[in-house]
Design a protein. Structure first.
Length: 130
């Protein structure tokens, strides 16, 4: 199956282009946009470290998703969150529009800014390795 790489900014401007995808297609998309290969090690570090730029009640991705992405987590509202690892949850990273929505919300909450394309590629590549 051949994947067409569409820049993230195009997908945000034209949501109808956001079709079903795969974790690898998103890694390829973000890596191309970043101009560098993904680093699962950097993705793991970004996911696990405590950050100071975001909201005080969400200093880390692990605040809601736990340190083990193969397990479920819980949102601040109490809502259960399914596992992030695509190897455990086949629905993860299969809808570009959904992925962009949650990267937008979660990066701003944890980091206090949008995640870069490199950071997205790094996180997904790490999660895909689990």
């Amino acid at each position: 199956m051949k994947h067409i790489l569409i820049p993230t900014m195009v997908l945000l401007a034209y949501p109808a282009l956001a079709q079903d995808t795969s974790p690898q297609a998103l890694i390829d998309l973000y890596s191309t946009e970043a101009g560098a290969a993904p680093s699962p090690q950097n993705g793991q570090a970004l996911f696990l470290v405590t950050h100071s730029g975001g909201k005080p009640d969400t200093p880390s991705c692990t605040t809601c998703h736990t340190a083990d992405p193969t397990k479920g987590g819980q949102a601040r509202t109490g809502k259960p969150i399914d596992p992030l690892a695509p190897g455990v949850n086949a629905e993860r990273f299969t809808d570009t529009k959904f992925v962009e929505k949650w990267f937008g919300r979660n990066c701003n909450s944890v980091l206090g800014r949008a995640c870069s394309a490199q950071e997205k590629a790094d996180i997904i590549s790490w999660l895909k390795s689990l």
